[in-house]
Design a binder for this molecule. Structure first.
Ligand code: ZN
Length: 561
């Protein structure tokens, strides 16, 4: 009798799992045990949805990767960003497994990739394969773990997809691998935000940020209407990483006012994760209860009054927050709140420097030669967009227009805005060499775009600081080997390519007049000679690079194998 409740709990958990994904005969992708994860499905990332699981690889590259189920390699991709070197395996049950950031492919698969790169004259390839090309048994090695693409350290990013390849599954939650997780999530911070939509554009102000809310004493003063944002992370045995929370709930006194469950998220909806995020300092984001209108994930949220909480009297009320992970471990905290009528004052909005933008209609702001166009549904919610002229044009400082700061860099856009700047300040002979430069918050300058319009130059942009610049200088190319140098048999080599203006846009490398595989990494063009290149003595290299304004440089030199 004593064990009855836990048996019942296990039974209930098992019944709540999606049937299609249960246990299902998947093997492990690597031999490393115990499996440990640095990142899980559905983390709150402001810029992209994390559709997979990041498996730790012991800090090194080169772990053999095994097919988790029989099938065939249906797609291969190579890219300097994103998943880097990646293998996609189609399984007969209709699911597909995806393995990213690989160090290298198995030799026969690598030869197939090289073939495709030469056929397309491109380092970056992404192509489908027929079922007969590389069939795989369950457990068969197809490559090695690595750190390629957008990866901040050696790990394996693995996804299981279904529904064509549209729906990435939260396969840890659905029990594909038996892992132990008895650790509760941790509610680290709770933010309180005053909310007012006296006009059609809401105003928001942060009222309080409570760290260690479980230990918090006292009462939080709130405005008539407010929302909360929760910073919570999950933990698991054997893993020091901070993992994703699966379910967030908020109760006002005893009434549930907010409930969000991550579940499985189709790729087409991943971008709406940004709508759930309250952006915090230093990238520490929180999940907010306010349901912004342009959120394609609203169907996963059960909220009273769009997650805006209002207090009807001046009594002390209790707000209870509950978070749980996908194994049913949960944590909660209670915070006392009381209405304070003085907390309603917002900064007046200057309408000259500000656009009151409704998210569902097109918006245009135009002043002194700068025009901003915003398509409908670019913004997640209606908001005020500040447009400020920071400095006048000054050609001697490289600025051929005024410098403008438009919007808040932290506001996430579903579609880019179009910025156009008058080219009235650009001399005629430089018109085709002008472009829009973005000045980052760290002062870094980068190319934003150069669509040439009548009397203007335009670019698709995020919010930020921009002006018009001119680039007439070709990139500077410096081979990192001496002309006529003898290279070791294994030798790859590179050419430094620096463009201080608009930046390197395209590049090309040829050996003895034939295209050769190369990649632009950082500020270098890396050359990948095959064994066929690495023989026969002296070879003539011709390498060129062109910047975004059409200025081209070329170098020729010899290498000897
Ligand atoms: Zn990942």
């Amino acid at each position: 009798m004593k064990h009855f409740p836990s048996v019942l709990l296990v039974l209930m958990l098992a019944l709540s799992l999606p049937a299609a994904a249960q246990n299902k005969g998947y093997g492990w992708p690597m031999d490393l045990r115990p499996a440990s994860f640095s990142s899980t499905y559905g983390e709150l990332r402001r810029n992209h949805f994390h559709a997979g699981l990041d498996w730790r690889t012991g800090g090194h590259v080169g772990e053999p990767l095994k097919a988790i189920k029989a099938g065939y390699v249906c797609r291969l991709s190579v890219s300097p960003v994103g998943y880097g070197n990646a293998v996609y395996i189609q399984h007969p049950d209709g699911t597909m497994s995806v393995y990213g950031h690989m160090d290298r492919f198995r030799d026969d698969i690598a030869r197939r990739v090289r073939e495709e790169q030469y056929k397309n004259k491109s380092y970056r390839v992404y192509f489908d394969l027929a079922p007969g090309e590389f069939p795989l048994e369950k457990g068969e090695v197809f490559g090695y773990s690595g750190n390629t693409g957008s990866s901040g350290g050696p790990h394996l990013h693995m996804e299981i997809r279904t529904d064509g390849d549209n729906l990435p599954l939260n396969y840890l939650a659905s029990g594909v691998y038996s892992v132990t997780d008895t650790k509760k999530p941790d509610i680290r911070r709770v933010g309180f935000y005053a909310f007012e939509d006296s006009t059609t554009v809401p105003q928001v102000r942060r009222l309080a940020m409570i760290s260690n809310p479980e230990k918090h004493k006292g009462t939080v003063a709130v405005s008539d209407k407010f929302y909360v944002a929760i910073d919570a992370v999950d933990y698991m045995e054997g893993t020091s990483g901070r993992l994703a929370v699966e379910n967030y709930r908020v109760y006002l006194d005893s009434e549930k006012v907010f409930d969000f469950k991550v579940g499985d998220v189709p790729y087409s909806e991943g971008r709406y994760f940004a709508c759930l995020v309250q952006q915090g300092e230093k990238g520490h984001d929180l999940l907010k209860t306010w349901c912004v209108p342009n959120n394609g994930l609203l169907y996963k949220i059960d909220a009273v009054n769009d997650g805006i909480i209002s207090l009807e009297d001046d009594a002390v009320h209790t707000l209870r927050l509950v978070v749980s992970d996908c194994f049913g471990n949960s944590s909660s905290c209670s915070l006392n709140v009381r209405r304070d009528a003085t907390l309603k004052v917002f900064d007046p909005v200057d309408t000259v420097d500000c656009l009151a933008a409704l998210w569902y209609v097109p918006q245009v702001y135009s002043r002194d030669g700068m025009t901003m166009f915003i398509e409908p549904a670019s913004l997640n919610a209606s908001t005020y967009i500040k447009c400020e002229k920071l400095a006048p044009a000054s050609p001697s400082l490289g600025r051929y227009s005024d410098m403008w700061a438009v919007g808040d860099e932290d506001i996430h856009l579903q579609k880019r805005i179009k910025l156009s700047f008058s080219t009235a300040g650009v001399p005629d002979e430089l018109l085709d060499k002008c472009y829009i430069v973005r000045k980052g918050s760290d002062g870094d300058l980068s190319f934003a775009g150069n669509q040439h319009l009548d009397g203007a130059v335009a670019a698709d942009c995020r919010f930020g600081t921009y002006y018009v610049a001119v680039d007439t200088e070709a990139p500077v190319l410096r081979p990192r080997v001496e002309d006529g140098a003898r290279l070791p048999e294994s030798g790859r080599f590179s050419i430094e390519a620096i463009d201080l203006g608009s930046g390197v846009d395209t590049f090309n490398a040829e050996m003895d007049g034939e295209w050769i595989l190369s990649q632009f990494v950082g500020s270098r063009i890396q050359i990948y000679p095959d064994s066929s290149h690495r023989s026969g003595g002296r070879h003539t290299m011709r390498v060129s690079a062109t910047d975004h304004c059409g200025n081209t440089a070329q170098v020729e030199f010899d290498v000897i194998y």
